[in-house]
Design a protein. Structure first.
Length: 263
């Protein structure tokens, strides 16, 4: 699940990227995903936006909750039940609060992050029964205009104005996750009709340049497809991994900004 989170973080861009004015924020939006390896379904996930706005520092914010867990035979070998969430500004997507409750086999982590834009610091509080060495409190310096949590990053990525890009354009990526900073690039591959679980849809295709690691196979191992419409839905992720090819695909949605529900 951490690997899947890092895949989605590949969409987080710096503040220099142009974004659309009609951001795809819809109260009550629900997205459901399937994670598969070959012919086998190994996990399922959901992404939900709150029904009402949450006020923080006099600004309207959305609360996002994400749940991922193993499914099918995968649960026999290693049970995963992870919960993520955040409260982020509905316009800038900057976070005020985020959390993650991780339960993966014998490993666990309960983490809370509080973002203070007066002191420009984020306070991270963590506990773990499986790892007594987890630091209970940590502080990290924030930078003006940066995206520093996964939920805000996903929403920001959905708001990129891909219409202003041409095939071959490069977008610089900045991300912060699991106490680490990530700097890499993403190549825009244009628009194509893509077969997905929710239909054949015009999509923006993007490929992050992956650094050499023990998980992904090759520098262009991961490909994203984002719907080229007002919803800019994360439709599909394909990853060439050292143990085979894995997919994360949108299977249903409701309460999106434009169009009817797909169950």
């Amino acid at each position: 699940m951490k690997t899947l989170a890092l895949i989605f973080l590949g969409l987080i861009t710096n503040a220099q990227t142009n974004v659309v004015s009609d951001k795809p924020v819809s109260k009550g939006e629900e997205l459901h995903f399937k994670l598969s390896y070959g012919w086998f379904t190994i996990g399922r996930g959901s992404f939900k936006i709150s029904d009402e706005y949450v006020m923080r520092d006099g600004k309207e914010c959305i609360a996002i909750d994400v749940h991922g867990k193993t499914a099918g035979l995968a649960g026999v070998f290693s049970k995963v039940d992870d919960k993520w969430g955040a409260v982020i500004d509905k316009d800038t997507f900057l976070p005020y609060y985020s959390f993650r409750n991780i339960s993966e086999g014998n490993d666990d982590l309960d983490e809370r992050a509080y973002f203070d834009y007066d002191s420009m610091q984020v306070k991270v509080e963590s506990t773990s029964k499986s790892d007594p060495e987890v630091s209970p409190t940590k502080y990290f310096d924030l930078e003006e205009g940066k995206i520093f949590d996964m939920m805000g990053g996903i929403m920001y990525a959905r708001s990129i104005d891909y219409r202003g890009l041409v095939k071959g354009d490069t977008i610089q990526l900045d991300a912060f996750f699991d106490d680490e900073f990530y700097d890499f690039e993403m190549i825009y591959h244009g628009i194509e009709i893509t077969k997905t679980k929710v239909g054949d849809i015009y999509c923006h295709k993007v490929v992050p340049i992956m650094q050499k690691n023990s998980v992904f196979k090759g520098s262009d191992a991961v490909t994203f497809w984002i719907s080229a419409d007002a919803n800019r839905l994360p439709l599909k992720v394909a990853a060439n991994m050292n143990f085979g090819k894995a997919y994360c695909e949108l299977t249903s949605y409701k309460n999106v900004k434009s169009g009817i529900d797909f169950d």
